[in-house]
Design a protein around this ligand. Structure first.
Ligand code: ADP
Length: 363
């Protein structure tokens, strides 16, 4: 039958296990041989025990776990052709010509490059005698389906990425805990959340926690933000509010593109308002804990759709990403989404904020 392999790459995210589980089981159900590749591209390059055939029961009891049980890694080797050559050989030896890549835009870009290069990699392996002509012919095409696992919701082309909802739950739990103590002491607190290039977590957490102010990279504040901020905070206190909440994305910047840090904000509030002000940096807590019901189901639905996509692909079909559109799992062209995601970063780098926000769109 068809040889399919699934791997997780780049940063981990809650819900990846649900996606892996669905790929394995849908693949087996449809009669494919399905493999895990452990440790992302590194496992693909190293081969050996990293590429393991999966059974129905090998994915039992993982859907409730955070992170990714098959491991993820950054892999320098795969960025260079010799690394991809080794990876291709390891796949051909197991008759794997279908890949499901669960990762961020970097991982998906790598997967697409691999597909484009595939036949030349196989020609090279044939010429050095590392694979046979028969192996080259039976493995002539590589099909790729991607799913975006990222807590930041930083990918254009899907309404939600796998892991975002769980990270939001974690952030809201942390804010609620801090609100109780801040309320008791009439404090102002500043919470730094993840999102180097994407303010989704910060923005949605701010809305859901009635924050007074939020700093995100796509929409930097006006240069007089310290005044605006202090006016707002003072006004809230004057109306009897006992605490103030400020949310800042780790990638927050000003209109010059310079970072706005939690410490900078704290200094403004302390210097101008003398408010008792504390900073919390949530860090990896946001990636931790068990996946939310939403992320488990999102992973399952996307994983199942990914396998269906592979079964319907022609040998030379372009790579697709399974994405969420409204409440539907749909297939969208992988490279178009990667390019749009890169265009957001480029717009931010060029300080074209309105364009960045428009490009970000629903995702
Ligand atoms: P993410 O997938 O979360 O964006 P990275 O950008 O770190 O994370 O990518 C994860 C891995 O994907 C890298 O360590 C590398 O092995 C592979 N990769 C990323 N970009 C490319 C590329 N342009 N070409 C080949 N491989 C890539």
């Amino acid at each position: 039958g068809k040889g399919i392999a699934v791997f997780t790459s780049g940063g981990d995210a809650q819900g990846m296990n649900g996606a892996v589980r669905a790929v394995i089981r849908m693949g087996i159900y449809l009669g494919a041989k399905v493999y895990f590749i452990k440790e992302g591209y590194q496992g693909m390059v190293d081969g050996g025990d990293n590429v393991v055939e999966a059974s129905w029961s090998s994915v039992s009891g993982i859907i409730h776990k955070g992170g990714t049980v098959i491991g993820s890694a950054r892999c320098k080797d795969f960025r260079e052709r010799p690394g991809r050559l080794k990876a291709a050989k390891n796949l051909v030896k197991k008759n794997i010509t279908n890949l499901v890549c669960i990762g961020g835009d970097g991982s998906l870009t790598g997967a697409n490059l691999f597909r484009v290069e595939w036949s030349s990699l196989l020609d090279e392996l044939l010429s050095t005698g590392e694979i046979t002509k028969e192996e080259r012919d039976t493995c002539a095409y590589l099909n790729i389906v991607g799913m975006v696992g990222s807590i930041d919701n930083d990918f254009c082309g899907t309404d939600m990425t796998i892991g975002t909802d769980s990270a939001l739950h974690r952030i809201i739990e942390a804010i609620d805990a801090i609100v109780a103590t801040a309320y008791s002491h009439q404090r102002t607190f500043i919470m730094e959340v993840m999102g180097r290039h994407c303010g989704y977590l910060a923005l949605v957490a701010a809305l859901a926690s009635e924050a007074d102010f939020v700093f995100i990279p796509e929409w930097p504040p006006e240069p007089n933000w310290p005044e605006t901020l202090c006016k707002k905070l003072a006004q809230e206190r004057a109306m009897g509010q006992r605490l103030n909440i400020i949310i800042v994305a780790e990638g927050a910047i000003d209109r010059e593109g310079q970072p706005i840090t939690a410490e900078q904000i704290r200094k403004v509030v302390v210097d101008q308002l003398k408010q008792d002000t504390r900073i919390t940096v949530l860090g990896h807590v946001q990636r931790g804990g068990s996946p939310s019901a939403f992320d488990r189901i999102l992973g399952c639905r996307m994983g199942a759709e990914a396998v269906l996509a592979l079964f319907e692909m022609k040998p030379d079909s372009e790579a697709v990403v399974v994405s969420l559109d409204g409440n539907q799992a749909v297939r969208v062209p992988l490279m178009a989404c990667v390019e749009k995601t890169k265009a957001v970063a480029a717009a931010m780098a060029a300080k074209e904020w309105e364009k960045a926000v428009e490009l970000r769109g629903r995702s």
